[in-house]
Design a protein around this ligand. Structure first.
Ligand code: KG4
Ligand code: ZN
Length: 371
């Protein structure tokens, strides 16, 4: 099977031809126009400019893929939701046009499902083992999914000390609270099917996503867009510095909403610290900025990493996956790789290439091929 995939949900116009040969997912072609330089001057993604640029660039990219190649695909996959409506509509309109011109079926794909299954790019289905927990950390979303290969998902593992303690604290705070079995039924209501896989969102953010926190802190420190990678570059020059230590925020279990992340507090800690230093009349040196970036990145890495490891423990995962723009962070990859060495029965997967971590059409094609 072969699909033409289109992704225009934010600031990348991306098209690709993706193949599935006996559950091996290969990328035949992947081309994109990145709007970084246009948004840079505005310090962020401007939706109006994003949609105009998508509509200016998409025809050129379709022509670059070429008529002959599009004729060979079995169907078209397009991101239809979520994110910027004005950007999404450009991809959807183009896909509809190609659908009727080439007489091909069209599949509507959820952007976050794309990130989740970006793990399969240049891999085969057998490379995944189950249960699997996957972090999808980007600018707009920050979730952990439980993924199983059964129609009926495997739920909460009882008998684990740490989990039992969490459940205890949680039920004391919520006297009318649910039992483990009702938690399981909550989960089954929140489970979706993507091809042969059941996916359940078990963890999400109350406020900002990790990528958004990286971006906002980077802005505070005077970094250029795209900000996330800038923080990690600065952090490489930085070192531990007690003066810039940040508290890790681990929210407790909360009623039926399961576990939550909160990154807006992380960003506020940096903002308060900078205000305090300004009031004290302290001018930050370049080394201070690098140290601050280092300490902030450490706090983010530990929060994301520990939560992902905890989710793996709770659900007896044999694969831990990490996807989305933030999964391009080398320090986060190194942290998890080191931690996972302690549990050799768990494998750690992240997208094979950095371009598969950030928004791209190839991941949209994989979900199309799976469904
Ligand atoms: O997945 P993505 O390209 O777009 C969304 O779907 O949101 O993720 C973009 C986010 C941005 O917030 C960006 O700063 C962050 O991913 N990001 C990083 C790194 N590379 C990209 N964050 C931390 N470290 C990185 N190396
Ligand atoms: Zn994304």
């Amino acid at each position: 099977m072969k699909t033409l995939a289109i992704e225009t949900s934010c600031d990348d116009t991306s098209l690709g031809i993706i193949n599935d040969e006996n559950w091996v997912f290969s990328v035949e072609k992947l081309i994109a126009y990145s709007q970084i330089k246009e948004h840079n001057q505005f310090w962020g993604v401007l939706p109006e400019i994003a949609s105009r640029l998508h509509s200016e660039k998409i025809v050129k990219l379709i022509l670059e893929i070429g008529k002959k190649e599009i004729e060979k695909v079995d169907f078209i996959s397009v991101t239809t939701h979520p994110w910027l409506p004005g950007s999404l509509i450009v991809g959807k309109a183009a896909a509809k046009l190609l659908q009727s011109y080439f007489n091909k079926p069209l599949k509507a794909i959820h952007h976050v499902h794309g990130h989740l299954f970006s793990l399969l790019l240049e891999r085969k289905k057998e490379d995944l083992t189950f249960p699997m927990v996957v972090l999808t950390a980007s600018w707009g979303h920050n979730d952990i999914y439980l993924v199983t290969n059964k129609i009926c998902p495997l739920f909460w593992k009882e008998g684990d000390q740490e989990v039992a303690e969490d459940l205890n604290t949680w039920s004391q705070k919520n006297p009318s609270s649910k039992t483990v079995s009702s938690l399981n039924s909550f989960m089954s209501e929140n489970t979706e099917q993507v091809g042969p896989f059941s996916i359940t969102k078990i963890w999400y953010t109350l406020d900002d996503a990790a990528g958004e926190a990286f971006d906002k802190v980077s802005k505070m420190l005077g970094g250029p867009y795209p900000w996330g990678p800038w923080i990690s570059e600065q952090a490489l020059k930085g070192k531990e510095n007690e003066a810039f230590h940040f508290k890790r925020i681990f929210l407790p279990l909360k009623d039926e909403q399961f576990f939550e992340f909160s990154f807006s507090g992380m960003k506020s800690q940096v903002s308060f610290l900078l205000d305090k230093l300004e009031k004290e009349g302290k001018n930050l040196t370049e080394q201070d900025i690098s140290d601050l970036a280092f300490e902030f990145q450490e706090a983010m890495v530990e929060t994301l990493g520990k939560r992902l490891l905890k989710a793996a423990k709770m659900y007896g995962a044999t694969t831990i996956g990490m996807t989305g723009g933030v999964s391009a962070n080398q320090r986060l990859i190194d942290y998890l790789q080191t931690e996972i060495e302690k549990t050799p029965w768990i494998q750690f997967l992240y997208p094979k290439k950095k371009v598969y971590s950030t928004d791209n059409a190839a991941m949209i094609g994989v979900v199309g091929l799976l469904s």
